[in-house]
Design a protein around this ligand. Structure first.
Ligand code: DP6
Length: 331
């Protein structure tokens, strides 16, 4: 089974002819509390474990798609045309090939991202989710969110969680074709829950998630333990979220992120995403907790941190960590 088979399975006999001049889609990025790190199937992006994220509505991607009059796909990122050979344009182009009905049909993708691309803030998540929504609009497929989630997953795993707001769970699934590997929103409201981002490094990370998770899987002696611990973490964090037990949720999320990074550090050679400032902030957050401020952190495949806290602590957080950009979660 390859990605094209899955696309055909989902689209059935839906049209691959554009139904309008321009298709459009917007999606927020998400930050995982239980991380996706490892694939059972590389090509279909089926994960080794289920994961859980929170949408970051302030950080989003808006993508517009039209037909290109060139003989290749075009990608414009934040107003700048990308070189077709650049990693980002190339990755999009491979994905777009799944949806080209004739060998002479090419797309023009115009995408605006309002946060650092490839800096460990999961820009591929909002990017592929926005692209799938734009394709759905362009071809008027009217797919369900579950189907869109599977299509987004084929572009980037974490993208399958970016079609919803609030808490989202991605079920790893057990089928070989990945038709049961998709995300869904958890039915919960939590308006007091806040987040903050601390950017320690805005430039592109050295090793992208796809390669890093592959390397961790094949060389880290901690990998199997990571998968089994994540399964336990997921069950427990869902209970903590349902009970609105902020401290328990924070403890599990932070421990899960630390274990993901530990599995990377134990890979051979090691993958170490943290910068000195990342570590300094980790210590600061630990000190804040000792002073009685409940705040927890998570870190994706990069040097930047995302903090979680309850509304009442907002002033204490701004005072202690003035660099933090406070985000509206709208859960
Ligand atoms: C650390 O979704 O970027 O952000 O499927 O290979 O594109 P690919 O990987 P990607 O990995 C995200 C890894 C993470 C954790 C997470 O978001 O769950």
């Amino acid at each position: 089974v390859n990605p094209v088979d899955i696309v055909q399975l989902i689209l059935q006999n839906k049209s691959l002819e554009p139904q309008k001049k321009m298709g459009e889609g917007r999606a927020s990025t998400n930050i995982a509390l239980i991380k996706y790190w490892g694939k059972k199937d590389e090509r279909l992006r089926i994960p080794t474990n289920s994961s859980l994220s929170v949408a970051l509505p302030d950080k989003s991607t808006l993508t517009k798609i039209t037909l290109s009059d060139k003989n290749h796909n075009e990608v414009i990122l934040n107003g700048k045309a990308l070189d077709v050979a650049s990693p980002f344009a190339n990755r999009l182009s491979i994905y777009l090939d799944y949806f080209r009905s004739t060998s002479t049909m090419y797309f023009k993708i115009n995408t605006e991202v309002n946060f650092p691309v490839a800096a460990g803030l999961a820009s591929s998540a909002s990017g592929f989710a926005a692209l799938v929504l734009a394709l759905n609009d362009f071809f008027a497929w009217q797919l369900t969110k579950k189907e869109l989630s599977i299509l987004a997953r084929l572009g980037s795993g974490s993208a399958c969680r970016s079609l919803w707001s609030g808490f989202v769970e991605w079920h790893a699934g057990s089928k070989d074709d990945g038709m049961d590997s998709y995300a869904e929103q958890l039915d919960i409201t939590w308006p007091e829950l806040c987040a903050g981002v601390i950017v320690c490094e805005a430039k592109a990370k050295k090793i992208n998630s796809t390669i890093a998770m592959q390397h961790t899987m094949s060389t880290s002696p901690f990998f199997n333990d990571w998968v089994s611990q994540s399964n336990k973490d997921l069950m427990q964090i869902k209970e903590a979220i349902q009970a609105k037990d902020f401290v328990l949720m924070g403890e599990i999320a932070e421990a899960n992120a630390m274990m993901m990074h530990a599995s990377c550090i134990a890979a051979r050679p090691a993958i170490l995403y943290w910068q000195p400032e990342t570590l300094a902030i980790i210590h600061k957050i630990q000190a804040l907790r000792q002073q009685g401020v409940p705040v927890y952190l998570t870190i994706d495949a990069g040097a930047n941190l995302v903090l979680f806290f309850i509304q009442d602590e907002k002033q204490a957080i701004i005072k202690a960590l003035p660099k933090a950009e406070i985000l509206q979660l709208q859960i």
